[in-house]
Write a protein that binds this ligand. Structure first.
Ligand code: F6R
Length: 320
């Protein structure tokens, strides 16, 4: 499938399943993954917090697991689209060794093999996509595992479906304006996961550096960099927020926009549309996905290949 069709397929990937675990019986939930799979944990963490889930849900990247992750009160969900990412395999092996309640999500690969061998639940998603274009499959599984309501998922899917062309048009327009600049995304607590997705989609699809910072923290450091006219002129500023962000955070968004305007910078201010936090999050992600796609075309890059990532993985596989 070509990248455009894969991006277009995002709404269809979002499907609720009756696989909910009783999360309240755990003391903590850890969602492990890297890159296009790792973002699933960030979105799920943010969703759980916003939903008022009373068990800590954390996203984890890297080898092994934190020292406090042990025993059957810890639920560990290992997500790797390919099933062959060494960090995620290491998470899975560590979780099993430490007696955690462990689940795996992948399209196959080693994760599936280990799950079969160790007799733990494995949730299979369709193959044939690049991981970052399979977000809907992976996120639906993980949110379903965390017990999301069917209506919430379906509403988010329909919301996205209704906004495919609008998101594409907005992304196309934005790509034209971002072209030639380094995207700098200022997010809020409720849009931090989205900002990270924007950054990584621009990195991988558009083959372009991009950065993000989050309010309120960025008001305590990042903003001082704005004094440097020579450097700030290289960036294109985007401000992401959610209508349900803390009212003081929203005030900070306005203040940031004002500061930028005083410097002669007109930031692009964006929020998602939709009835629920999940619906708005997916909509905002989608605008970013389209922006990164059209930015790739503007730079005359094929959005699909990620040659450097492949080279690094190959090099690592040679050294055990
Ligand atoms: C996205 C991408 C990477 C991978 C990451 C982890 O398309 O190519 O960000 O997602 O290298 O691989 P998986 O997702 O297979 O665990």
């Amino acid at each position: 499938m070509d990248p455009k069709s894969m991006i277009e397929s995002l709404p269809d990937q979002i499907v609720w399943e009756d696989i909910g675990e009783d999360v309240s019986r755990f003391s903590r939930v850890l969602i492990c993954g890297m890159g296009g799979s790792g973002i699933v944990g960030d979105i799920a963490r943010s969703w759980a917090e916003h939903r008022g889930v009373r068990v800590p849900v954390l996203s984890y990247r890297g080898y092994g697991l934190p020292p406090w992750a042990e025993g059957k009160e810890t639920l560990v969900i290992c997500v790797s689209y390919s099933g062959n990412t060494e960090e995620t395999i290491s998470n899975l092996e560590t979780a099993l060794r430490r007696g955690c309640y462990t689940l795996a999500v992948s399209s196959g690969g080693k994760l599936e093999e280990i799950a079969e061998e160790m007799k733990i639940k494995h949730f299979k998603i369709p193959g044939g996509y690049a991981p970052r274009y399979a977000l809907g499959f992976m996120l639906s599984k993980v949110l379903s595992l965390l017990g999301i309501d069917r209506e919430e998922i379906e509403d988010a899917r329909e919301n996205l479906r209704d906004r495919v062309r609008e998101s594409e048009e907005r992304g196309k327009d934005l790509a034209e304006r971002v072209y030639g600049y380094i995207p700098l995304i200022y997010a809020t607590p409720l849009t931090e996961a989205v900002a990270f997705r924007w950054k990584t989609q621009i990195n991988e699809n558009s083959k372009t550096q991009a950065y993000f910072a989050t309010l309120p923290e960025l008001h305590h450091n990042e903003v001082v960099g704005l004094d440097n006219a020579e450097v700030r002129s290289r960036f294109f500023f985007l401000l992401l927020f959610d209508p349900k962000d803390h009212h003081r955070v929203k005030l900070r968004v306005d203040i940031t926009a004002g500061i930028l305007k005083d410097l002669g910078i007109v930031p692009e201010i964006l929020s998602g549309e939709g009835n629920s936090y999940l619906a708005r999050t997916l909509h905002l992600i989608y605008t970013g996905d389209w922006t990164s796609y059209y930015l790739a075309l503007r730079y005359r890059f094929d959005p699909l290949p990620v040659k450097v990532i492949d080279r690094i993985k190959e090099r690592l596989s040679e050294i055990k």
